[in-house]
Design a protein around this ligand. Structure first.
Ligand SMILES: NC(=O)c1ccc[n+]([C@@H]2O[C@H](COP(=O)([O-])OP(=O)(O)OC[C@H]3O[C@@H](n4cnc5c(N)ncnc54)[C@H](OP(=O)(O)O)[C@@H]3O)[C@@H](O)[C@H]2O)c1
Length: 203
């Protein structure tokens, strides 16, 4: 398979690339690193990137930022970060990317555990993560040519504990290589409109 991974240099993306590169041709994309640069908050940038890549069998997104603030302290600009990057960025990617997918191809997006289990300062992450899951559930039903759309929702990665661990006190973490298997299942399996929740035990 020819697979485009957006956010390939990140903690999630790196693990996904490592697993998929064993058996597939992987094109790495990111805002600063990778084979091809793009900005998912800009529709034209997505089109330009895919014009360079051509048709693919799967698109995986592991990019998207949100602001972390206490309730009442989010400015409109803080909200826009998550809305334009993680939410609309992934929606744009699905909309534009689907035009470059082969029949029966797939799009796999990324949400996160905070949509189900809130963390302090995680309101925007919860809102955006939840919205992307509902986007996928609905868009998957309308996508043409047998294209499937799924979401992977990881708990905090082992590799990210140094950076975000304090936001997830007592949460069970997961190695990136385990999360990567859910992306593999999403592209090689038959599930559609599905949210793969990688946080067993975090109830
Ligand atoms: N890490 C975790 O524990 C965890 C847990 C649950 C959910 N998630 C979610 O998973 C996603 C990835 O997280 P991460 O920790 O792997 O992030 P990360 O390590 O900060 O990496 C982010 C990646 O996204 C790319 N990127 C950022 N903004 C972009 C843009 N506007 N257009 C294109 N590419 C962009 C970066 O590219 P460059 O390096 O080229 O700039 C980088 O490859 C996020 O949505 C996060 O909320 C992460």
């Amino acid at each position: 398979m020819k697979i485009a991974v957006i956010g390939a240099s990140g903690s999630v993306g790196k693990a996904v690339v490592e697993l998929l590169e064993i058996e597939h041709e992987v094109i790495k994309l990111g805002s600063n690193h990778g084979d091809i640069k793009l900005d998912i908050s800009n529709r034209k940038s997505i089109r330009t990137a895919f014009d360079k890549i051509g048709r693919v069998d799967a698109i995986i997104n592991a990019a998207g930022t949100v602001a972390f603030k206490p309730f009442g302290e989010y400015t409109d600009e803080d909200w826009e970060v998550g809305l334009q990057s993680k939410l609309m960025g992934q929606i744009r990617l699905a909309e534009e990317g689907s035009n470059y997918l082969n029949d029966g191809g797939s799009i796999t997006l990324t949400s996160g555990i905070t949509a189900d289990y809130p963390i302090r300062f995680g309101i925007s992450a919860a809102v955006v993560g939840g919205a992307i899951e509902y986007f996928a559930k609905s868009a998957a039903l309308e996508a043409p040519r047998g294209i499937r759309i799924n979401v992977v929702s990881p708990t905090v990665l082992d590799e990210s504990l140094a950076a975000y661990g304090d936001f997830f006190p007592g949460f069970l973490s997961i190695p990136g290589k385990e999360v990567a298997k859910f992306y593999k299942r999403s592209i090689l399996g038959i599930e559609n409109g599905h949210v793969f929740k990688c946080f067993a035990g975090n109830s």
